[in-house]
Design a binder for this molecule. Structure first.
Ligand SMILES: [Zn+2]
Ligand SMILES: [Zn+2]
Length: 381
């Protein structure tokens, strides 16, 4: 399915705020929800499209990527297996079932009997690690803002823990059906019960702590074990660690999005690291043993005599490990030869002598207006 512009799908302006997005999404999701439109494939398709659009725009990173590149495609993350996802999820399959957070975990067409409750929302937390931590894996404590079961009523919503009563309007099913006479005969439609908003229960004497909402805002610390080899933007999926469900609803999941701090000394491509080593003209010409700064250690590197600027070299196994264990990548070193920028008269004299010894045409040097470039071109005249 070619993804349409998510802004168009949700019918919002490009600069719509998070609240505007959410409200547009809720409105459309309610309108096209399969429970409201049973056996309507078009509505179902539309419902999925709305979910996918909201998944893109509700994630600041994915929204920015769409704004910039005009695409909602995500490349798959490295490693793949297990609890990892690449930076962002594909379509609406991603961030849990976004739909469930409004409608509970209802199976449609299941014969009327629904679970009383609503699933908790998926929750996102962010954590930043550096390359050293990518190398060895690490344990981090992240703050997670979620909805937790109210301790005042133990989640019942009633004052003093009094259990909620079965909704009289829908008799606990959460849905009401209406029979309409149309030219094709009687049509039965089901809608969410207006009395209990589909929950199947009502609370008469509400708990004062949560005002009958059965959950309260909670901010707690969660320890996350991050394995070695993660890449920037990957997520850890922790099922059941998101917001608590209401009633019989399941708890949502926690997604910890990992960003890997960049290090100006290195460029990373998967497990491979790239760096630049600056050596002097003398080292390049005569050869030398140098040390290359890696992430965890200094590594010896042999510079052969006559090494040219830009020569690629590598230190094996000094890169990063793969996600699920295995051999480390390599540290790729590009050799940069430093040309002295200021010379004393004595140094300049030696270099002129060197050129002479090598039978090169003597560079005219700066007084003739050439500078380093002048000397360079002079050589080829
Ligand atoms: Zn309560
Ligand atoms: Zn009801």
């Amino acid at each position: 399915m070619a993804a349409r512009d998510p802004y168009q799908v949700l019918g919002v302006a490009r600069d719509a705020s998070a609240d505007e997005l959410k409200s547009a999404y809720r409105k459309l999701a309610r309108k096209y929800h399969p429970d409201v439109n049973p056996n309507d494939a078009t509505a179902e398709e539309k419902f999925k499209e709305i979910g996918a659009a909201y998944a893109v725009l509700s994630d600041p990173e994915r929204r920015e990527r769409f704004d910039r590149f005009g695409t909602t495609d995500d490349q798959a993350g490295g490693g793949g297996a297990g609890d990892f996802f690449g930076g962002g999820q594909a379509g609406g399959a991603g961030f849990g079932d976004l739909f469930d957070m409004f409608f509970g975990n209802q199976t449609q067409g299941g014969g009327g009997r629904r679970r009383s409750g609503r699933d908790g929302e998926d929750v996102r937390a962010d954590v930043e690690i550096n390359y050293t931590e990518v190398l060895s894996g690490t344990s981090k404590t992240v703050r997670v803002d979620r909805m937790a079961t109210c301790t005042g009523c133990k989640g019942s919503g009633g004052e003093g823990g009094k259990p909620p009563q079965t909704c009289a309007t829908c008799k606990g099913s959460g849905a009401v059906s209406r029979v309409q006479n149309t030219f094709i005969g009687q049509v039965r439609t089901q809608t969410v019960c207006p009395t209990c908003s589909g929950e199947g229960v009502v609370i008469s004497d509400a708990c004062k702590v949560c005002r009958g909402k059965r959950v309260v805002k909670d901010s707690s610390e969660v320890k996350v074990d991050i394995p070695a080899g993660v890449e920037d933007g990957q997520m850890m999926h922790m099922p059941g660690r998101g917001s608590d469900g209401i009633g019989a609803g399941r708890a949502g999941d926690l997604y910890v999005v990992i960003s890997v701090e960049s290090d100006e000394r290195f460029e990373r491509r998967g497990q491979e690291l790239f760096t630049i080593a600056e050596i002097t003209f003398a080292q390049a010409a005569l050869g030398d043993h140098i040390k290359i700064e890696g992430i965890d250690d200094e590594y010896p590197l042999e510079i052969p005599a006559g090494t040219q600027p830009g020569t690629p070299m590598k230190v094996k196994n000094a890169g990063l490990p793969p996600l699920h264990g295995g051999r480390r990548g390599d540290l790729h070193v590009q050799i940069d030869v430093e040309i002295p920028t200021k010379l004393t008269e004595a140094e300049a004299k030696l270099i002129r002598e060197l050129a002479e010894l090598r039978g090169e045409k003597a560079p005219r040097g700066e007084e003739r207006g050439g500078g380093i470039l002048g000397g360079f071109f002079g050589k080829f005249k």
